[in-house]
Design a protein around this ligand. Structure first.
Ligand code: 4AD
Ligand code: MG
Length: 478
């Protein structure tokens, strides 16, 4: 029987002593054949287990090594050690699983994040990744809490689809046809009619289009699930498999959409700050140490907690794309030719431009609206100027784009015209256009990249370190 076990976190939080408990976990360190630092993943704070000298024989003591798993029963006593109020005086120690100290990859010392990425199956047992993944969990929970409190319906949109929601063509194909010799049509092209679904299918890049169908009945929905993009981007911000939160609201315009996105981001940050204080404080320290290794001019201005508090206490800046371009054109960085990519009206903002706006110019999150229609998706609502669309991107310090959204084109003729211009086959999208044919309403929504949000809240610089098992170009381990 295992469920009479007490969690380390709960034990350390209560100041009660004198009673007997059973704890289980993994050995972090073992000192002087007496003091075990035991961790069960509920917190970074280890429980000190004291084994009286002479209690265990030599052979058993030798098996208490870093990484080994233990079941310990004993009395809770006040601790004399610093940083903990209580510890356990062991009366019985059972070794559940040995861990060969010579072979165990995690030594009780600091390992680099790069090294731990190669050992992703074990890195959950380190303080950094313990904190990161507890915060990730808290944020995921807070997402459901936020939308549930607002009466949104959680809609599960499909993973396998036959549409390209973003029209960007960066999809992973899903097929059961033999890859070495697929059936072909007379003109030599692959005959997907013989494929599993009778047509060409792929992993979804976004749940939005199906989400819109839900919003046209429930008024407000959200999806939260994995999305896939075969973009060959080897950056600290891109994954081939990432999680996206996508709310979609009927009776809603771009203004309402921005307000919701801002409230949502602040809610998530506050939830983690209130419920994972220990982890955030640990990550704040970790980041401060990492920053110290950098040359002065590359260091971030704010510490992690400072940054999060600042974002909670200040409104996001709101500017139009045209204003953003003008700021860039007038910037010292532009005049000193510091930007690698060209700046002029019509360009897609590059990450160097986004980072200049949020980190150098405004020093806070910025919502940019009114992008040129030619660089955005077909479903975004055309503004009266005929050149721009009611898009909104939220740019965050240290991250760049964290949210992408828009008011949707609810006018059937305008939408059909955009689809023709962008060569999107209307006959295959008839189900989508039906929402505009039958009771169309102004509606809007956005997508928050979940891992980028976890990066923002944890201060981790590389997106590979905030998802348990990262999928990136040429990398699909575990
Ligand atoms: O801006 P995107 O492409 O927008 C959409 O997919 C819309 N359908 C959302 C909507 O309106 N419902 O992606 C949304 C967000 C980005 O802002 C970014 O945070 C994240 O998803 N994202 C990625 N995160 C990690 N790796 C990638 N390769 C990402 N691509 C986008
Ligand atoms: Mg985008």
């Amino acid at each position: 029987m295992f469920n009479n076990r007490v969690k380390v976190k709960d034990l350390l939080q209560s100041e009660q002593t004198g009673h007997e408990v059973t704890v289980m976990g993994w050995v972090r360190t073992f000192r002087n054949n007496q003091f075990v630092a035991l961790n069960d993943g509920s917190t970074n704070n280890n429980l000190q287990v004291v084994i009286e000298l002479g209690m265990l024989d030599e052979a058993t003591l030798k098996r208490i090594t870093t990484g080994a798993s233990l079941k310990v029963t004993g009395h809770v006593v006040a601790s004399l050690g610093k940083g903990q109020k209580v510890e356990i005086k062991a009366s019985a120690v059972e070794i559940l699983g040995d861990s060969d100290a010579e072979k165990y990859p995690l030594q009780p010392k600091k390992h680099s994040l790069e090294f731990l990425r190669e050992k992703a199956h074990l890195r959950f047992r380190t303080n950094t990744f313990g904190s990161v993944f507890r915060v990730r969990h808290a944020l995921a929970f807070a997402i459901h809490k936020f939308f549930n409190e607002k009466g949104f319906i959680y809609l599960h949109t499909p993973i396998i689809t036959s549409s390209d929601a973003e029209g960007a063509g960066e999809m992973f194909r899903v097929t059961t046809l033999p890859h070495d010799n697929p059936p072909r049509k007379e003109d030599g092209t692959i005959n997907y009619e013989e494929d599993f679904f009778g047509k060409s299918t792929n992993l979804t890049v976004s749940g939005q289009l199906e989400g819109e169908l839900g919003a046209m009945a429930f008024s407000e929905i959200y999806t939260f699930g994995p999305t896939f993009r075969a973009e060959n981007s080897n950056t600290t911000r891109h994954l081939a498999e990432f999680w996206m939160v996508e709310p979609e609201m009927a009776f809603c315009d771009i203004e309402d959409n921005m307000n919701l996105a801002e409230e949502f981001m602040q809610y998530l940050i506050r939830y983690a700050m209130d419920n994972n204080r220990d982890d955030i404080e640990f990550l704040d320290q970790r980041l401060a140490e990492e920053e110290k290794q950098k040359p002065q001019n590359e260091r971030q201005e704010f510490g992690l907690i400072e940054k999060l508090e600042f974002v909670l206490n200040n409104k996001f800046e709101r500017i139009t794309y045209t204003e953003a371009i003008n700021i860039l054109l007038e910037s010292p960085a532009y005049k000193k030719k510091k930007f690698k990519y060209e700046v002029k009206w019509g360009i897609d903002l590059q990450s160097e431009h986004e980072r200049y706006l949020v980190e150098k110019h405004f020093k806070k999150p910025v919502i940019v609206t009114g992008y040129p229609k030619d660089i955005k998706s077909f479903y975004m609502r055309l503004n009266d100027d005929g050149k721009t669309v009611a898009a909104m991107d939220i740019l965050a310090p240290g991250i760049g784009e964290i949210v992408g959204g828009s008011q949707r084109e609810e006018r059937l003729e305008k939408l059909e015209e955009r689809m023709r211009e962008m060569h999107i086959p209307a006959d295959e999208m008839s189900w989508y256009l039906d929402t505009r044919r039958f009771g169309t309403v102004p509606h809007a929504g956005f997508g928050l990249g979940f891992e980028r949000m976890v990066q923002f809240v944890t201060g981790m610089g590389n997106i590979r370190d905030v998802i348990p098992f990262a999928r990136t170009p040429k990398n699909c381990e575990f």
